[in-house]
Design a protein around this ligand. Structure first.
Ligand SMILES: Nc1nc2c(ncn2[C@@H]2O[C@H](COP(=O)(O)OP(=O)(O)OP(=O)(O)O)[C@@H](O)[C@H]2O)c(=O)[nH]1
Ligand SMILES: [Mg+2]
Length: 190
């Protein structure tokens, strides 16, 4: 489906009436630096829609974007980022945990992993939690442009062996490889 509009609505640190207005939500989660915000920018074609950074820990709130007047994309802070104070780390993890598992919101979840690293223990733990909570899960192996061409097939095979029971979409925010498949999964075919 073509993206016709993508607008930043607001950043929230907890519940907000906007999240109750019935617009379907798609949440982007993953380790810090996995490329959640970059994926939103490349997917929507709006370069600086979501703030990105080479330094992990950039996204600190639930950032809500409205896509095609039909969906909210929720850019979440990353997990597994320890280079901050324990208090700040705890607060961010609480926010992620609340939104995904304790609130009444039931977003489609796009779990983004770094395809060069493969799924980390944190990623696999998150996947398990999501499964236990019956979430609709889409797994994206991001940054495939960074895999050596000779390693590409083998690396994806290794990732797929660890992500059992889910489709894994190879993606690159740089080259936009995988954008069609991801669009079908997130927004549906047209
Ligand atoms: N080569 C390459 N680099 C990428 C890709 N996606 C993201 N990056 C880079 O990875 C870094 C982190 O990207 P972000 O989008 O800020 O990551 P994030 O997951 O939102 O990080 P936090 O907000 O800190 O949790 C940036 O330097 C991006 O330019 C990709 O597909 N290919
Ligand atoms: Mg981010």
């Amino acid at each position: 489906m073509k993206i016709t509009s993508a607008v930043f609505m607001r950043g929230v640190k907890g519940d907000n009436p906007m999240l109750d207005d019935g617009v379907p939500q798609v949440a982007f989660i993953g380790r810090s630096n996995a490329g959640k915000s970059s994926l939103i920018n490349s997917f929507t074609g709006v370069k600086d829609l979501a703030r990105t950074s080479a330094t992990p820990g950039r996204t600190q709130e639930l950032n809500i974007f409205k896509i095609n007047h039909s969906h909210y994309f929720i850019d979440l802070p990353g997990y597994g980022f320890a280079k901050t104070t324990f208090a700040a780390w705890t607060k961010l993890n609480k926010l992620i945990y609340w939104y995904l598992f304790q609130s009444k919101h039931d977003p489609k979840v796009v779990l983004i992993i770094d395809s060069n690293l493969g799924p980390t223990p944190d990623d696999l733990g998150m996947l398990k939690f999501l499964e236990e909570h019956g979430r609709h899960i889409i797994v994206v192996a991001n940054k495939v442009d960074k895999i050596k061409p000779s390693q590409y097939l083998n690396q994806l095979k290794k990732i797929r062996e660890q992500i059992v029971g889910h489709k894994v979409i190879p993606y690159s925010s740089k080259s936009k490889e995988g954008i069609g498949e991801l669009s079908n999964e997130i927004l549906g075919r047209r």
